[in-house]
Design a protein around this ligand. Sequence first.
Ligand SMILES: Nc1nc2c(c(=O)[nH]1)N[C@H]1C(S)=C(S)[C@@H](COP(=O)(O)OP(=O)(O)OC[C@H]3O[C@@H](n4cnc5c(N)ncnc54)[C@H](O)[C@@H]3O)O[C@H]1N2
Ligand code: MOO
Length: 397
Amino acid sequence: MYLKRTAISLDEAKAFIAEAELKPRVITKRVREAHGFVIAEDMRATFPIPYFRRSGYDGYGILSEDDHDFPKSFEMVENVAAGDDFKKSLKPGQCIRIMTGAKVPDDVAKVIMLEVTKKTEDGRVLISESPAKSNISEIGEEIDKDELYLPKGTSLNAGAISVLVAFGVEEIQVYDKPKVAVVATGSELADSAGQNDGKIYNSNGPLLQGLAMENGAIATGEYVLPDQLDETRAMLDKLSRENDLVITTGGVSVGDFDYMAVIAQENDWKFNKLAMRPGSPTTFFIMNESPVVALSGNPSACFTGFWFFAEPLIRRFQGQKTAIKPGKAKVQMAYTKKNEFDRWLNGVLKDGQVSLNGQGQSSELSSLYQANCFFKIAHDSVAEVGQEVIVWQLPGR
Ligand SMILES: Nc1nc2c(c(=O)[nH]1)N[C@H]1C(S)=C(S)[C@@H](COP(=O)(O)OP(=O)(O)OC[C@H]3O[C@@H](n4cnc5c(N)ncnc54)[C@H](O)[C@@H]3O)O[C@H]1N2
Ligand code: MOO
């Protein structure tokens, strides 16, 4: 549908995304069920770790006054296993057998590794040498009481869950995962008929759902709509009420059956044209208080649009900033096509060198699985081999 549009810069578009009012929800979750959620509170140590003086080795514990003139023979008075709490004091000339992870009695100054000791026939222990280190981890050596060990905004991976459990935490505050509806529009999209007769499979739907999930969202369903204004409007009205974010793909340009910009203009629209490629017709609006990011149907443009405009929203629902890391890299090949707009190509970044992924066309889909960055070719320019360019590195790739 033809509508007059004014192209805005990528920075202006990102400012609209950053300013959109969102309502993140904080919920209580059992730690063991919180994998993949983002923590909504700072976690401080309620006790030090280690909580007790801990033996780092299997061996023999000795007093400091005995720590000289080796080899030396000791009387072994107790066998202390991990989990034991041996409270008696040692006398000079006595030692305890102690295991890795066991609580070291207060008066023991050093644990001598088993490998430099020998049991003698009279039942005593001969220690041949004493190492410089004590082989004891002191109280709070890893984390002091009250120290921040998990900051708010951290994505809970297996390591984060394990440290929470190590502090005996059972429930935590997390950001609820945002619910994201992915809507593919286009009468060319076939459910099962395949690619015949002008039809294609809806490959952008699973692409966007997967990307949403990779960034911590729940994809609430795959919706496919024909290019039909009333049906699209009604579906977006429903989905924007039921979800935190709606991402659409296709029908956003100026074709006779492109209705997204029309629906945007009936709502609180923010932009409908960008001075960049790919994805110049990308449109953003608020419907029923939910943001709607309307991306191009061209698969590569759709991929780029997700990272530039949907990912920051999905992260913000989870109390996070975008996970894309800006940087610089040298281009490995010349890029000679000039464009009136800045062009963000998807690329493969390795060891500070970036190469074009695929052919750099908006319609490409077969190489998207390899992309781990975007790099910028400024408008009206080309890139020579070895030229430094701005890169945005994608997380988890
Ligand atoms: N006269 C003009 N034509 C176009 C312009 C323009 O400014 N003036 N812009 C071009 C640019 S740039 C882009 S990008 C596309 C954007 O088009 P739409 O977002 O409206 O997307 P569609 O026309 O619906 O589809 C484009 C392309 O992508 C395929 N597609 C669509 N949906 C899917 C899907 N779910 N899975 C896989 N592939 C999909 C579709 O079949 C088309 O081939 O407009 C240009 N035209
Ligand atoms: O802006 Mo479109 O995504 O280049 O083809």
